[in-house]
Write a protein that binds this ligand. Sequence first.
Ligand code: HEM
Ligand code: HEM
Length: 195
Amino acid sequence: MALLIRNTGGRYGWIAILLHWSVGLLFIGQIVLGLVMVRTTSQRSAFELIQLHKSFGFLLFGLILLRLGWRLANVTPRLPAETGLLERRAAPAAHFALYALQLVLPLTGWALVSASVLEIPTMPFDLFVMPNLPVPISDAAEGWWRVVHVYLAYAAIVLVAVHVLAALRHHFWLRDIILVRMISPSRRCDDDGPE
Ligand code: HEM
Ligand code: HEM
């Protein structure tokens, strides 16, 4: 039996599935952590939560680079034959935007802490000191990167919500295999041509 590691024309392989769910869940957790930490009134807790947000941000960034590499080295499974024209156009555009946000969010977060005049070292999970990005250091620069990071995070919240609703619509309303094939590679579009 094939190991089902790589994607084919009809299904996602195990690596794409594992990367989708690990990055997806960490990404949603990272958004929740970000929203909570900036609203925490205790200064000490806020500081510790921000250090955690930075650590998970870098962990995510590593996984996202792996995910992008795997995406580029694999084919993308086709949509089921009955998918409408609008969704055939919208789905790749939405997935492209989600990939772009996954790349740009950690980078703008990294730029934001690199631009800070406080120069608090970033130590992912207390393991090592992460070097800063070569960006200008000033309150104005930090403020600019903060605005970019926060608005991109809000855009990600909207897009992820639409993405999850679309997946649920496929599963419960259209009753096709879109959600199930992102859970197990044994489910594939086998009704519309070979792998
Ligand atoms: C996929 C990765 C990331 C996501 C989804 C994300 C998301 C968020 C969100 C939702 C907020 C709160 C926005 C608000 O309501 O004000 C936030 C704030 C913040 N993020 Fe991230 N973030 C990510 C990566 C990073 C990284 C890698 C760093 C730094 C190394 C970072 C540093 C910060 C900081 C310092 C703030 C607080 C900004 C402030 O002072 O208002 N983030 N992030
Ligand atoms: C937890 C809720 C989530 C559910 C139920 C879900 C569901 C799905 C499903 C069913 C697909 C397959 C679409 C297809 O076959 O064409 C998919 C693909 C995708 N998802 Fe999610 N997803 C979730 C979270 C996320 C998050 C948080 C992100 C972004 C950080 C994300 C990014 C993507 C991307 C980029 C693809 C396209 C994969 C590719 O073809 O390379 N997903 N998702």
